[in-house]
Design a protein around this ligand. Structure first.
Ligand SMILES: *[C@@H]1O[C@H](CO)[C@@H](O)[C@H](O)[C@H]1NC(C)=O
Ligand SMILES: *[C@@H]1O[C@H](CO)[C@@H](O)[C@H](O)[C@H]1NC(C)=O
Ligand SMILES: *[C@@H]1O[C@H](CO)[C@@H](O)[C@H](O)[C@H]1NC(C)=O
Ligand SMILES: *[C@@H]1O[C@H](CO)[C@@H](O)[C@H](O)[C@H]1NC(C)=O
Ligand SMILES: *[C@@H]1O[C@H](CO)[C@@H](O)[C@H](O)[C@H]1NC(C)=O
Ligand SMILES: *[C@@H]1O[C@H](CO)[C@@H](O)[C@H](O)[C@H]1NC(C)=O
Ligand SMILES: *[C@@H]1O[C@H](CO)[C@@H](O)[C@H](O)[C@H]1NC(C)=O
Ligand SMILES: *[C@@H]1O[C@H](CO)[C@@H](O)[C@H](O)[C@H]1NC(C)=O
Length: 871
């Protein structure tokens, strides 16, 4: 009886969610502060001018400029120089302005400032590092035109126009705006996350004195049926903007978690942006580059890098809303296996829980979860499950009861618990800003707190709905009101913080709690795997992200490349998009679309098949033989390259470098090829994003380079600096190796990463015009944090004109029991390949390498191992 009535309620809830009107999302004109600030120059009484410069001084922590307005505003600009050619500028006025504590978005609790000198002649204030060798940054305030300019050496890069800073004088009106321009920049990148082209375009164009378009909006939002190619806000926000040109790049990061709208203008000589911010402090970091890779490094120095993923997470994940019984889970596993599709994990969406009570199992649908996992484990598959931040309003649910008693929920302004609606119906939301509440929630991931002690069987956790998403369709745009109250535990006790001040970091705080819980559950012995929908600058330290509930169409598929390439430039390297797409659509996606989506999806760092429960089934084995064959080859292509993915993730942990890259990251000035993608700097893929095309244009960058096309039956060499038409009529999806690179692969058809982990490797030597090549190899235990103690194998691979392959360890390492076996070395040689379409391999030399244990060789020969190859 009980079960039946429960089911009935669930069904009605879901039906209501489906049948309701589409949610209303505001435009700038409907958002009070955006309407007030857009394109506005402060009126004379609000316009800031110089009040006084600091006295000339050497060896200071900061330089403080005093500003005032004729209408009585008095404020200071606090200028600090940080390591790595960074500058921090904070504006402090008499208003209460929320400041995000360091250690949440900024990785460090204290920023590493460098000492500075400041001097002025009454008109010009100059701020430089006290010691020349500490950095190239220079800040100049020019009283005459009220500009604050940021230089790299002698080159001006970023300018903030002080006369355009918009501050309200009225108390309680904390909104602000400012205008920033990027000297000499050609393109603007950033303001992740939007489903938008990688190159951002002008938003300030007008017709009949009215704006045609909308500014980019940064407000974490559960955006139902989001459009591709739009400035509307999505699930995550990273308020950093880069001004790019081939020889000079810089950036600005707004360290503020409130809603923002950003207008861009590319009309003037220097592209510019107007940031309009709802509340909080004007706390800016200027990233002085000088080049794109430096700016990325600076931003990840500030907000942190992802830690190593467990290696299985780089494989293929299969999800659906929902595999809601043990039988369905095992059925998916069997079908994937029977049809020879490699896969590492199956995912459980909301329906595995007992009536949407997270940290519980529905034991009628999952009566023997432990046994199910055993079967999965025997097949080398993992299980990942969803856990959302809303807590069902039910006094018999322990998670609810404890949070209520301890006042761990987000509150109304009168101190009562906020109650809204989400999957369970009436729900309250954990206040993750409150450290104690966050710890409380984290503890439920432990075995003794998780229902039936069944948490360890979850190899990963999926944090969804954490914008936070609330069923408020007509107002509050699918989230909670900004007036709600969070508590922050400070040295002087709990402090009230308005939701509007921290809206954009709610999801970040949620994943911090989950990360803490999984670390504790696994005794700090395993790298947590968390997937989050909502995210902010810094979330990369805790979780992978995906682009959310997309639609299976060509526009969204293509957009996923821009979205993930951008996320990779702003620290969020572990990015993916639902393949082939989440929502149900009127006409189901064509077979061609589906295999194209897989062919594209394999080059995104996070690779998961997912679909809504209202959509037809979209697992790979649902399609016809031809389609299945193409999907299978695509997934196998992914698995072959897992050693390269893993190496690139390691390098990200060291330098912050993106794992996937737009062409221009390594090939200066190669702008706009957003249907091309690079995995590191060696592999270039150009999947097909168009229906019914016979051929695609492939742009191979780099004059004097060679590129080897490797997706066909035979390898063919092409010259760089050219555009090439490639026939794709038979389902081809072009992939190239860069000449000059050495790429390590595992050329075995394995069914999971785990199965592959002990199998030998193949080394592809791709010769450049001088018949040389170089690459790197990384490996570790695949799951623990021991790599931080240098328990890894990391080596340079070099091949020179004497036909020697050298393997040389990079830095200290301490890899007692790691072995890497190379079974084959393949030399791709343009001199042989450019006219002939045959695979030139070193098969005859295979003996030299088969079963060579590189690690042992490394040790016994000291630092270097040389292998001679015949050409
Ligand atoms: C900063 O000032 C000190 C003391 O005047 C001087 O010795 C030093 O050279 C200055 N630094 C720079 C980079 O000019
Ligand atoms: C500032 O303005 C004054 C008066 O117009 C002028 O003499 C001076 O050269 C200007 N200085 C700069 C650095 O622009
Ligand atoms: C970048 O190149 C442009 C045009 O080639 C040149 O005018 C500019 O000075 C260069 N900028 C830097 C910082 O080298
Ligand atoms: C920023 O200010 C400049 C100079 O006044 C102006 O040309 C530009 O349009 C402004 N940018 C935006 C995005 O409003
Ligand atoms: C296994 O797959 C083959 C096609 O590859 C199909 O004919 C067969 O029915 C499948 N068996 C099961 C048990 O699903
Ligand atoms: C977990 O198991 C322990 C004993 O092994 C038991 O005392 C405890 O109640 C269990 N916890 C839950 C939440 O089921
Ligand atoms: C099978 O799918 C392919 C695309 O992969 C399509 O071209 C073909 O028409 C489909 N065959 C049938 C019989 O539907
Ligand atoms: C790509 O860029 C990185 C970072 O600047 C650099 O280390 C690497 O050598 C570049 N690769 C190529 C092929 O230019």
């Amino acid at each position: 009886m009980l079960l039946r009535s429960t089911l009935f309620i669930l069904v009605t809830l879901v039906t209501i969610l489906q049948a309701e009107d589409p949610p209303k999302y505001k435009t700038c004109a409907e958002t009070s502060f955006c309407k007030t600030l857009r394109g506005q120059i402060p009126t004379d009484d609000l316009k800031l001018i110089l009040d006084s410069f600091p006295n000339n001084a050497a060896n200071q922590d900061s330089a403080v400029v005093k500003l005032k307005s004729s209408g009585g505003i008095a404020c200071t600009l606090n200028i600090e120089l940080l390591k790595n050619n960074l500058v921090r500028v904070k504006l402090i006025d008499g208003q209460y302005r929320y400041e995000i504590p360091e250690g949440i978005v900024l990785e460090r609790k204290n920023q590493e400032i460098i000492k500075l000198n400041n001097s002025n002649d009454g008109t010009i204030l100059t701020v430089v590092p006290y010691k020349k060798e500490d950095g190239q940054q220079q800040v100049i305030f020019n009283k005459n035109d009220s500009t604050l300019s940021f230089y790299y050496g002698e080159v001006p890069k970023v300018v903030v126009d002080i006369s355009k800073i918009y501050l309200q004088k009225k108390a309680g009106n904390e909104e602000f705006a400012f205008n920033v321009s990027f000297k000499g920049a050609k393109q603007l990148y950033g303001l992740h996350h939007h489903a938008y082209n990688l190159e951002l375009t002008d938003t300030v164009q007008k017709k009949d004195d009215k704006y045609i378009g909308e500014p980019f909006r940064l407000r974490n939002t559960d955006k139902v049926n989001f459009k591709a190619d739009s400035t509307e806000s999505l699930y995550g926000s990273v308020p950093v903007l880069y001004g790019y040109s081939p020889n000079s790049t810089s950036g600005i990061f707004v360290h503020n978690a409130a809603e923002q709208w950003v207008d861009l203008s590319k009309e003037a000589a220097d592209p510019s942006a107007q940031f309009m911010v709802y509340s909080g402090s004007m706390d800016l970091f200027v990233l002085l580059g000088p080049h794109i890779e430096d700016v990325v490094q600076q931003f990840t120095y500030l907000t942190g890098k992802a830690h190593m993923p467990q290696i299985w997470t780089l494989g293929y994940h299969q999800c659906r809303w929902s595999y809601d019984t043990e039988d369905k889970v095992l059925d998916v596993m069997k079908n994937m296996k029977n049809n020879s599709f490699p896969m590492d994990a199956i995912w459980l969406d909301i329906d595995y829980t007992k009536e949407y009570e997270y940290f519980t199992w529905d034991t009628t649908k999952f009566p023997t979860a432990g046994n199910m996992l055993k079967t999965l484990g025997e097949n080398h598959k993992k299980l990942v499950a969803i856990i959302d931040p809303h807590i069902k309003f039910d006094t018999t649910y322990p998670v609810y009861q404890g949070a209520k008693t301890n006042k761990y929920f987000v509150q109304n302004s009168d101190g009562t618990d906020y109650v809204g609606v989400s999957w369970p119906g009436k729900s309250s939301w954990i206040d993750f800003l409150n450290e104690d509440a966050s710890k409380y929630y984290a503890a439920f991931y432990s075995d003794s707190n998780f229902h039936q002690n069944q948490t360890k069987i979850l190899a990963g956790i999926w944090n969804d709905m954490n914008e936070p998403s609330v069923e408020n369709r007509q107002d509050n745009e699918m989230s909670m009101p900004y007036e709600l109250i969070h508590k922050y535990k400070s040295v002087i006790g709990l402090i009230d913080v308005k939701h509007g001040d921290i809206h954009n970091i709610y999801g970040l705080l949620h994943t911090m709690s989950t990360h803490q819980g999984l670390m504790a559950r696994d005794n700090n012995g395993r790298r947590p795997f968390i997937l989050t929908r909502s995210h902010f600058a810094g979330s990369q330290r805790y979780a992978a992200m995906w682009t959310g509930d997309n639609t299976p169409d060509w526009a969204h598929l293509k957009s996923s490349y821009s979205e993930c390439m951008l996320s990779n430039l702003v620290g969020h390297v572990f990015c993916g998009a639902d393949i082939p797409g989440f929502f149900e659509i009127e006409k189901k996606p064509t077979e061609v679309f589906v295999y194209r989506a897989y062919q594209a999806g394999i080059w995104l760092p996070f690779f998961r098949g997912h679909a809504s429960k209202y959509a037809e089934n979209r697992e790979p084995y649902r399609y016809n033989e031809t389609t299945q064959g193409l999907i299978r080859s695509a997934i196998r292509m992914r698995y072959r390259h897992i050693p390269t993915w893993y190496q690139l993730f390691y390098e990200h942990t060291q330098t912050g470098a993106p794992v996937i890259r737009p062409l221009f990251y390594n090939f200066s000035g190669e702008i706009g090829y957003n249907d091309h993608i690079m995995l590191g700097d060696n592999i270039l893929a150009r999947p097909v994003f168009e229906p019914d095309v016979k051929e695609v244009n492939v742009h191979l960058p780099g004059k004097g380079l060679y590129w080897y096309r490797i997706d066909g039956k035979s390898v063919k060499a092409y010259e760089g600096g050219t555009d090439t038409k490639i026939n794709v009529e038979n389902g081809e999806s072009p992939v190239f190796y860069r000449g000059g690179s050495i790429i390590v692969t595992r050329d075995r058809d394995v069914m999971s990463t785990e199965e592959g982990s002990t199998l030998p490797l193949t080394v592809y030597v791709n010769l450049d015009k001088n018949f040389e090549a170089a690459g790197r190899l990384y490996n570790d235990d695949g799951y623990s944090f021991d790599y931080k103690q240098k328990k890894f194998l990391y080596a340079h691979l070099m091949f020179d004109e004497k036909k020697m392959l050298q393997v040389e360890p990079i830095g200290d390492q301490n890899h007692e029991d790691l072995t890497v076996v190379v079974e084959k070395v393949v030399v791709n040689d343009w001199a042989v390949l450019k006219d002939v379409s045959t695979h030139h391999t070193s098969d005859e030399d295979g003996n030299l390498f088969s079963n060579v244990d590189v690690v042992k060789a490394l040790r016994s020969n000291g630092n270097k191992v040389l292998y001679k190859l015949r050409r």
